[in-house]
Each structure stands twice: as C-alpha cells, then as structure tokens.
Design a protein around this ligand. Sequence first.
Ligand SMILES: C[C@@H](O)[C@H](N)C(=O)O
Ligand SMILES: C[C@@H](O)[C@H](N)C(=O)O
Lengths: 156, 156
Amino acid sequence: EKVIVRAITDDRAVRKISILGVPDKPGVAAHVFRVLGDQGVNVRLIVQAQSHDGHNDITFVVPSDAPLEDSDLQNVVNTVGGKSWLMDDKVALLNVVGEGITREPGIAGKIFSVLAEEGVNIEAISSSNLVITCVVAEESLEKGARALHAALIETD
Amino acid sequence: EKVIVRAITDDRAVRKISILGVPDKPGVAAHVFRVLGDQGVNVRLIVQAQSHDGHNDITFVVPSDAPLEDSDLQNVVNTVGGKSWLMDDKVALLNVVGEGITREPGIAGKIFSVLAEEGVNIEAISSSNLVITCVVAEESLEKGARALHAALIETD
Ligand SMILES: C[C@@H](O)[C@H](N)C(=O)O
Ligand SMILES: C[C@@H](O)[C@H](N)C(=O)O
C-alpha cells in the first residue's frame, strides 16, 4: 500500500447530534454552526450527505461536556424550520490518519472491512485527505481500535 | 481567531455519487468501498450522516474521469440491498484548510455564512481537524472560493 497509515486515534468522550429535516437552502448550515460558535461549542466533526426532496440532515459530533442544552437544539430546529433533533452520547470516534489516505484506492474499503469483521456498525463517516473518521458505538470502540491497529499498523 | 486558515483550495473536476437506502449494518460500507478500491477509483471524500429506520445513504466524491460505470453503481446497490444511486457531475469541492480548524468555535459558522451570503447552497459537508470541505454546485465555485478567500485569508 502506498499510503502509510501513521496512526489510529480514538475519542470516547463525545456525543453525536443530528438536526433533521432542515430546508436544503443557503443559510441553514450557517445558522446551526453560528449558534454553536456563539456558545463556544468545539465541534469535532461535521457530516452532511445527500439531500432528499429539498431537505437534509446535518450531523455533528461535540465533546460530551459541550455547553449545549436540549433547548438550544430545539431553538435551532425551530429557527431554521427543521423537523427534529437527535442526540446520542454512547458513541465514539475512530480516526485513521495517513497522508493522502483517501487517495489510496482500497484503503477505505480495508478500514471498513476490518471494522465489519469485528461486527462494528459504522454510524457515520467523514473523510479528508489526511484522516478517515468513523463514528461507532462506544461499546465497539475498543475492539474496533484494536483490530484497526493490528491490520494497519502492526502488520508493517 | 485562534485558527489560522492556511489555504482555500478547490476542485471542479469531480462528481458526487450517493448510494441510497442501504441497510445500516456492518459490512455495507466495506462492500461499497472494496468495489471502488478494486476498480482503482480514487475517492476524494466520503460522507455518511444520520441513519433512519435501519437504513442510510453513503455519499462520496470521485474525480470526473474515475473508472466507474453506471452498471458498477447498480451492481453495488443490488449487492448490498440498497434502494438506488444518484450521480451529479456538476459539483465542485471547496476546502478550507487550517490546523485544528474544527476546534475553533465559530469558524464553521463563519465559513458557511460567507457561502450563504453569496447564495451558495452547501450540498454536502465533511470536516476533520485540518480541513472543512463543502460540496457546492460547480457554477457556484468561483464566487464561493473568492468570497472565502476575501473573508478568511485576505483580511489578515
Ligand atoms: C442543509 C444546509 O447545508 C443547506 N444546504 C445550506 O447551505 O446551509
Ligand atoms: C451504512 C453503513 O455504513 C453500515 N452502517 C456499515 O457499517 O457498513
């Protein structure tokens, strides 16, 4: 493999929040994240995928102790005209770090296969040129991290 | 702002593909990306957000000339038991690069606001500790990139 996987890191002190059914028009994501910014919330991950019928969901991950109340989320939903919000604090982040990681055909498939073989469900995915991050259940973190380490770091 | 935005980069020679309504269980993402890997497809971005009723969508961005046919996508959908697939080749990537970028409260809101003020709709979002990537319509790329540059790079 041309990509050198430099590190596997993880973080279990996080929670995943989704703002659901927001209008897919300019200014919606801006409002959500301006509110978070004003409250000093440190956002670890943002993922937004395919829209449907003029609406979309916005999923993001924050530290478990982020200064963010249920009422804040409801206010955001109301302001942008979204449907509802969800929060899950039993999640963790698994990060596979390597220069140009997503440019290596096969590396993403390998990472996801290693997790699948451990029975780890991948709840969300965010990638860039330097890191592929999977959101998984907190209870799956240890076996997922260990398997990735064995498959990607120790075998070289 | 503590985060130094180091660069704004963009790429218009890309297309966005979504595999829709796939079962949210281990092995699905693995299959999709193993197939892409076997075909030597270079994946620039992967985003998967909130699942619904045991199903999810997986959105990814590849170079416009990636060796990937409609039949390949249909085969993937059939194999994993998904609903359908979509492709849009009139998209572009806008990347805002900076160390620790998502850890700066307010930076995401600022980026998305700058785009909103230009009337640029944000079709997908992927973030990491080093880069926030927005998928936008190809026709919006120039004004979006220029506005981000003016707001984040030139004003400092
Ligand atoms: C859904 C949200 O991202 C919207 N498309 C926006 O540009 O703000
Ligand atoms: C939807 C897909 O990501 C699935 N959850 C998997 O783990 O493969």
